[in-house]
Design a binder for this molecule. Structure first.
Ligand code: ATP
Length: 237
Protein backbone atom coordinates (compact mmCIF):
# COMPACT_ATOMS: atom_id res chain seq x y z
CA UNK A 1 0.00 0.00 0.00
CA UNK A 2 1.16 3.54 -0.72
CA UNK A 3 1.34 5.40 2.55
CA UNK A 4 1.85 8.67 0.69
CA UNK A 5 0.85 9.62 -2.81
CA UNK A 6 1.54 13.08 -4.17
CA UNK A 7 -0.15 13.61 -7.51
CA UNK A 8 0.99 16.20 -10.06
CA UNK A 9 2.16 18.65 -7.41
CA UNK A 10 3.38 22.08 -8.45
CA UNK A 11 4.38 25.18 -6.55
CA UNK A 12 4.98 28.40 -8.43
CA UNK A 13 6.69 31.53 -7.12
CA UNK A 14 5.96 34.22 -9.67
CA UNK A 15 7.35 32.84 -12.91
CA UNK A 16 9.44 30.17 -11.18
CA UNK A 17 8.18 26.60 -10.79
CA UNK A 18 9.99 25.51 -7.61
CA UNK A 19 8.19 22.15 -8.02
CA UNK A 20 6.80 21.37 -11.44
CA UNK A 21 4.18 18.64 -11.83
CA UNK A 22 5.82 16.10 -9.53
CA UNK A 23 4.20 12.79 -8.57
CA UNK A 24 5.62 10.70 -5.75
CA UNK A 25 4.44 7.42 -4.27
CA UNK A 26 6.01 6.20 -1.02
CA UNK A 27 5.21 2.71 0.23
CA UNK A 28 4.62 1.93 3.88
CA UNK A 29 7.87 0.89 5.53
CA UNK A 30 10.08 2.46 2.88
CA UNK A 31 13.06 4.74 3.42
CA UNK A 32 12.86 7.18 0.51
CA UNK A 33 15.65 9.66 -0.08
CA UNK A 34 15.21 12.80 -2.13
CA UNK A 35 18.43 14.17 -3.53
CA UNK A 36 19.33 16.90 -5.98
CA UNK A 37 21.38 20.09 -6.28
CA UNK A 38 20.60 23.27 -4.36
CA UNK A 39 17.36 24.82 -5.51
CA UNK A 40 16.08 21.54 -7.02
CA UNK A 41 12.79 21.87 -5.14
CA UNK A 42 13.29 19.25 -2.43
CA UNK A 43 12.36 21.43 0.54
CA UNK A 44 9.40 22.87 -1.34
CA UNK A 45 8.14 19.37 -2.13
CA UNK A 46 8.31 18.12 1.47
CA UNK A 47 6.92 21.46 2.64
CA UNK A 48 3.80 20.75 0.59
CA UNK A 49 3.59 17.20 1.96
CA UNK A 50 3.86 18.44 5.56
CA UNK A 51 1.39 21.28 4.98
CA UNK A 52 3.83 24.12 5.52
CA UNK A 53 3.55 25.22 1.86
CA UNK A 54 0.31 25.34 -0.11
CA UNK A 55 0.55 23.65 -3.53
CA UNK A 56 -0.31 25.76 -6.59
CA UNK A 57 -1.81 22.64 -8.20
CA UNK A 58 -2.00 18.92 -7.47
CA UNK A 59 -3.17 16.64 -4.66
CA UNK A 60 -1.68 14.80 -1.71
CA UNK A 61 -3.07 11.55 -0.35
CA UNK A 62 -2.03 9.96 2.95
CA UNK A 63 -3.38 6.47 3.60
CA UNK A 64 -5.71 7.15 0.67
CA UNK A 65 -7.23 10.21 2.31
CA UNK A 66 -7.01 13.47 0.40
CA UNK A 67 -5.11 15.79 2.76
CA UNK A 68 -4.29 18.51 0.22
CA UNK A 69 -6.32 21.14 2.08
CA UNK A 70 -5.59 19.95 5.62
CA UNK A 71 -3.48 22.25 7.82
CA UNK A 72 -0.13 20.94 8.99
CA UNK A 73 -1.36 20.19 12.51
CA UNK A 74 -4.10 17.93 11.11
CA UNK A 75 -1.38 16.13 9.19
CA UNK A 76 0.70 15.66 12.36
CA UNK A 77 -2.35 14.09 13.99
CA UNK A 78 -2.58 11.70 11.05
CA UNK A 79 1.10 10.77 11.46
CA UNK A 80 3.06 13.09 9.14
CA UNK A 81 5.87 14.67 11.13
CA UNK A 82 8.45 17.01 9.64
CA UNK A 83 11.69 18.04 11.34
CA UNK A 84 12.99 21.32 10.10
CA UNK A 85 16.35 22.08 8.58
CA UNK A 86 16.95 24.60 11.32
CA UNK A 87 17.00 23.31 14.87
CA UNK A 88 13.66 24.18 16.40
CA UNK A 89 14.32 23.51 20.06
CA UNK A 90 13.66 25.86 22.98
CA UNK A 91 17.10 26.63 24.34
CA UNK A 92 15.92 27.74 27.79
CA UNK A 93 13.93 24.58 28.47
CA UNK A 94 15.34 21.22 29.50
CA UNK A 95 15.48 18.29 27.11
CA UNK A 96 12.59 16.72 28.99
CA UNK A 97 10.50 19.88 28.69
CA UNK A 98 11.24 20.24 24.98
CA UNK A 99 10.07 16.72 24.23
CA UNK A 100 7.12 17.08 26.62
CA UNK A 101 5.96 20.17 24.70
CA UNK A 102 5.94 18.15 21.50
CA UNK A 103 4.21 15.16 23.13
CA UNK A 104 1.64 17.41 24.77
CA UNK A 105 0.40 18.56 21.40
CA UNK A 106 -0.54 14.99 20.61
CA UNK A 107 -1.44 13.64 24.04
CA UNK A 108 -3.08 16.68 25.63
CA UNK A 109 -6.15 14.67 26.59
CA UNK A 110 -4.20 11.61 27.76
CA UNK A 111 -2.77 13.16 30.93
CA UNK A 112 0.63 13.66 32.46
CA UNK A 113 1.60 10.01 32.85
CA UNK A 114 1.09 9.28 29.17
CA UNK A 115 3.18 12.32 28.32
CA UNK A 116 6.05 11.45 30.62
CA UNK A 117 6.03 7.89 29.26
CA UNK A 118 6.20 9.20 25.68
CA UNK A 119 9.01 11.59 26.61
CA UNK A 120 11.05 8.85 28.31
CA UNK A 121 10.56 6.58 25.29
CA UNK A 122 11.59 9.26 22.81
CA UNK A 123 14.65 10.37 24.79
CA UNK A 124 15.61 6.72 25.20
CA UNK A 125 15.44 6.04 21.48
CA UNK A 126 17.90 8.83 20.70
CA UNK A 127 20.17 8.09 23.70
CA UNK A 128 19.49 11.31 25.62
CA UNK A 129 17.92 9.93 28.80
CA UNK A 130 20.90 11.07 30.89
CA UNK A 131 20.53 14.61 29.52
CA UNK A 132 16.82 14.89 30.36
CA UNK A 133 17.29 17.62 32.97
CA UNK A 134 19.90 19.65 31.10
CA UNK A 135 18.99 22.86 29.32
CA UNK A 136 18.72 22.25 25.58
CA UNK A 137 20.75 25.39 24.84
CA UNK A 138 23.87 24.06 26.53
CA UNK A 139 23.92 20.76 24.65
CA UNK A 140 26.49 20.27 21.89
CA UNK A 141 25.04 20.81 18.41
CA UNK A 142 24.95 17.07 17.62
CA UNK A 143 22.87 16.42 20.74
CA UNK A 144 20.52 19.24 19.80
CA UNK A 145 19.85 17.47 16.53
CA UNK A 146 19.14 14.27 18.49
CA UNK A 147 16.77 16.21 20.73
CA UNK A 148 14.96 17.49 17.68
CA UNK A 149 14.57 13.91 16.49
CA UNK A 150 13.24 12.91 19.94
CA UNK A 151 10.64 15.69 19.65
CA UNK A 152 9.56 14.28 16.31
CA UNK A 153 9.43 10.71 17.66
CA UNK A 154 7.27 11.85 20.58
CA UNK A 155 4.65 12.72 17.97
CA UNK A 156 4.44 9.02 17.00
CA UNK A 157 5.11 9.55 13.28
CA UNK A 158 4.01 7.09 10.64
CA UNK A 159 5.78 9.17 8.00
CA UNK A 160 8.84 10.95 9.35
CA UNK A 161 10.22 13.67 7.09
CA UNK A 162 13.84 14.52 7.82
CA UNK A 163 15.31 17.56 6.09
CA UNK A 164 19.10 17.35 5.98
CA UNK A 165 19.44 15.64 9.36
CA UNK A 166 23.22 15.19 9.15
CA UNK A 167 23.96 18.78 8.15
CA UNK A 168 26.66 20.26 10.40
CA UNK A 169 27.45 16.96 12.14
CA UNK A 170 30.97 15.55 12.55
CA UNK A 171 31.76 12.30 10.68
CA UNK A 172 31.43 10.12 13.80
CA UNK A 173 28.10 11.76 14.61
CA UNK A 174 26.90 11.18 11.04
CA UNK A 175 27.62 7.45 11.37
CA UNK A 176 25.74 7.31 14.68
CA UNK A 177 22.83 9.33 13.29
CA UNK A 178 22.58 7.00 10.29
CA UNK A 179 22.38 4.02 12.63
CA UNK A 180 19.64 5.76 14.55
CA UNK A 181 17.64 6.52 11.42
CA UNK A 182 18.00 2.89 10.40
CA UNK A 183 16.62 1.81 13.79
CA UNK A 184 13.72 4.26 13.54
CA UNK A 185 12.97 3.04 10.01
CA UNK A 186 12.12 -0.43 11.34
CA UNK A 187 8.71 0.85 12.35
CA UNK A 188 8.43 4.21 10.60
CA UNK A 189 8.31 5.20 6.94
CA UNK A 190 10.96 7.83 6.25
CA UNK A 191 11.26 10.58 3.68
CA UNK A 192 14.80 11.89 3.83
CA UNK A 193 16.30 14.93 2.15
CA UNK A 194 20.03 14.49 2.39
CA UNK A 195 23.07 15.92 0.65
CA UNK A 196 25.47 13.29 2.01
CA UNK A 197 25.35 10.67 -0.71
CA UNK A 198 27.09 8.04 1.41
CA UNK A 199 24.30 8.29 3.98
CA UNK A 200 21.67 8.16 1.24
CA UNK A 201 23.15 5.09 -0.45
CA UNK A 202 23.41 3.31 2.90
CA UNK A 203 19.93 4.07 4.16
CA UNK A 204 17.54 4.46 1.25
CA UNK A 205 15.41 1.71 -0.23
CA UNK A 206 14.62 4.03 -3.10
CA UNK A 207 16.00 7.38 -4.25
CA UNK A 208 14.21 10.21 -6.05
CA UNK A 209 16.50 12.64 -7.84
CA UNK A 210 15.16 16.15 -8.38
CA UNK A 211 16.56 18.91 -10.52
CA UNK A 212 14.98 22.29 -11.30
CA UNK A 213 11.59 21.32 -9.95
CA UNK A 214 11.18 17.99 -11.73
CA UNK A 215 12.04 14.37 -11.01
CA UNK A 216 15.11 13.45 -13.00
CA UNK A 217 15.30 9.81 -11.96
CA UNK A 218 13.91 7.36 -9.43
CA UNK A 219 15.16 3.92 -8.43
CA UNK A 220 17.15 1.79 -6.04
CA UNK A 221 20.54 3.07 -4.86
CA UNK A 222 22.26 0.79 -7.42
CA UNK A 223 20.05 2.05 -10.26
CA UNK A 224 20.56 5.66 -9.29
CA UNK A 225 24.34 5.37 -9.02
CA UNK A 226 24.42 3.97 -12.55
CA UNK A 227 21.91 6.35 -14.13
CA UNK A 228 23.72 8.41 -16.82
CA UNK A 229 21.60 11.53 -16.34
CA UNK A 230 22.21 11.35 -12.59
CA UNK A 231 25.94 10.91 -13.02
CA UNK A 232 26.03 13.95 -15.29
CA UNK A 233 23.71 16.23 -13.38
CA UNK A 234 24.26 15.26 -9.81
CA UNK A 235 27.35 13.15 -9.27
CA UNK A 236 29.37 15.38 -11.61
CA UNK A 237 30.80 12.54 -13.71
P1 ATP B 1 18.46 23.23 -0.99
O1 ATP B 1 19.14 21.93 -1.19
O2 ATP B 1 19.36 24.40 -1.25
O3 ATP B 1 17.71 23.34 0.30
P2 ATP B 1 15.99 22.64 -2.43
O4 ATP B 1 16.16 21.54 -3.41
O5 ATP B 1 15.39 22.28 -1.13
O6 ATP B 1 17.38 23.37 -2.21
P3 ATP B 1 13.94 24.62 -2.59
O7 ATP B 1 14.33 25.27 -1.32
O8 ATP B 1 12.71 23.80 -2.59
O9 ATP B 1 15.14 23.76 -3.16
O10 ATP B 1 13.83 25.77 -3.70
C1 ATP B 1 13.46 25.51 -5.06
C2 ATP B 1 13.44 26.81 -5.81
O11 ATP B 1 12.33 27.62 -5.37
C3 ATP B 1 14.69 27.67 -5.64
O12 ATP B 1 14.97 28.28 -6.87
C4 ATP B 1 14.26 28.67 -4.60
O13 ATP B 1 14.98 29.88 -4.77
C5 ATP B 1 12.78 28.87 -4.92
N1 ATP B 1 11.99 29.22 -3.73
C6 ATP B 1 11.80 28.45 -2.65
N2 ATP B 1 11.01 29.06 -1.74
C7 ATP B 1 10.71 30.27 -2.28
C8 ATP B 1 9.90 31.39 -1.85
N3 ATP B 1 9.28 31.37 -0.65
N4 ATP B 1 9.80 32.44 -2.68
C9 ATP B 1 10.42 32.46 -3.86
N5 ATP B 1 11.17 31.46 -4.35
C10 ATP B 1 11.32 30.37 -3.57
Amino acid sequence: MNLLFAHNLSRHYGGLAAVDDVSLAVAKGEVRAIIGPNGAGKTTLVGMISGRITPSTGSIFFKEEDITRKPSWARVQRGIVYTFQITSIYRNLTCYENVALAAQRLLAKSGERAISYAVAQALGRVGLVDEADRLAGVLPYGHQRLLELAMALALAPELLILDEPTQGLAPAEIAAFSELIRAVSRDTTILLIEHNLKVVLELADKITVMDRGIILAEGTPVEIEQHPAVQRAYLGQ
